[in-house]
Design a binder for this molecule. Sequence first.
Ligand SMILES: [Zn+2]
Length: 123
Amino acid sequence: MPDFNLVAQPSASPTKCRFCGDFAGPMIDTRVDDPVYGRIYICAPTEQRTGCVGQIAQMCGLRSSADVDLLAAQVEDLQGRLDDLMRAKGTITLTWDEFIGLQRVLGENTAANGVGIFFDNVR
Ligand SMILES: [Zn+2]
């Protein structure tokens, strides 16, 4: 198995990514020296680029930590929305006038009619 190494900058000639030609590090140093080309580097992902390593990883089904963080935030948001829906299940939002009108229809003792009216966020 190759003994790859992550380096901040390529140091051996030609000091660039073998696939895209980018000179900026970080790079994976494959420690493979092609007799004609020289040392084979592959550019690593950064916040500014996916890099050839990142593209290869995505093709293999791997995700960056930024993608994982984004997915986790989306799951958290969806969980919050689901919690809101579960709390709102069986409740309705009424204006004060609508509430008074409903009370007239249902009578003063709404609990006797099997209807509970809760006063959360009455405006
Ligand atoms: Zn590259």
